[in-house]
Design a protein around this ligand. Structure first.
Ligand code: ADP
Length: 192
């Protein structure tokens, strides 16, 4: 465990890139004393994204349950809307929409380092659903999407950024997206 120099993985999603928010997103991390140690714009393939999101049933069902939860809250009939009320089937559908969304524009991938970087970055991003995200977070300040709208339009929720959820996930994602290429840097800032 290295809480001081913890690394996390961040991707600026198509809506973040297309809204011209690359600079602002990086600024918010740097403003909170986090250090960018890897940074690149790239166009992912469908296969890259397919490998990025987990394939286990538990993760996919959880994605479906999120949609079912939203539909229940807003009294939307999932069978009518999506043709099923099975969480795994809905999760599989959402995962497919995610792959379409994530390959619809170039993305920016980065490695961000600092004190509790994983949790700090998630906090700066805000909760998954932009319409519920607190003001002051990236998602709360710059987006307003909701699963009730996204699912009806048969697309993923657009929420500007992806950020690893745990240090283990960060390690796995950094390996997947940066591999063995030597583009992650080790440097000291003036304050260090
Ligand atoms: P996070 O990205 O905050 O870690 P998840 O891992 O739960 O969130 O979901 C992955 C991504 O899938 C989200 O960032 C969002 O783009 C999309 N997503 C999540 N839930 C839904 C949903 N119910 N309908 C459509 N897209 C969703």
């Amino acid at each position: 465990m290295n809480f001081k120099n913890e690394k996390t993985f961040v991707m600026i999603k198509p809506d973040g890139v297309k809204k011209g928010l690359i600079g602002e997103i990086i600024r918010r991390f740097e403003q909170r004393d986090l250090k960018v140690v890897g940074l690149e714009m790239f166009q992912p393939s469908k296969e890259d994204i397919d490998q990025h999101y987990p394939k286990d049933e538990a993760w996919i069902s959880r994605l479906g349950q999120k949609t079912l939860g939203t539909y229940k809250k807003y009294n939307i009939d999932s069978k009518k809307e999506l043709g099923t009320d099975n969480d795994l089937e809905i999760g599989t559908m959402v995962r497919g929409w995610l792959i379409e969304y994530m390959t619809s524009a170039p993305l920016v991938r980065m490695v961000v380092e600092g004190i509790h970087a994983v949790d700090m970055v998630r906090k700066i991003c805000g909760v998954t659903i932009p319409s519920l995200a607190d003001m002051g977070t990236l998602r709360g300040d710059y987006s307003a999407d909701s699963p009730a709208v996204a699912n009806t339009e048969k697309r993923a929720v657009m929420n500007l950024v992806h950020a690893s959820e745990t240090p283990e996930e960060a390690q796995h994602e950094i390996k997947h997206w940066f591999g063995t290429r030597k583009v992650i840097f080790n440097y000291k800032r003036f304050v260090d």
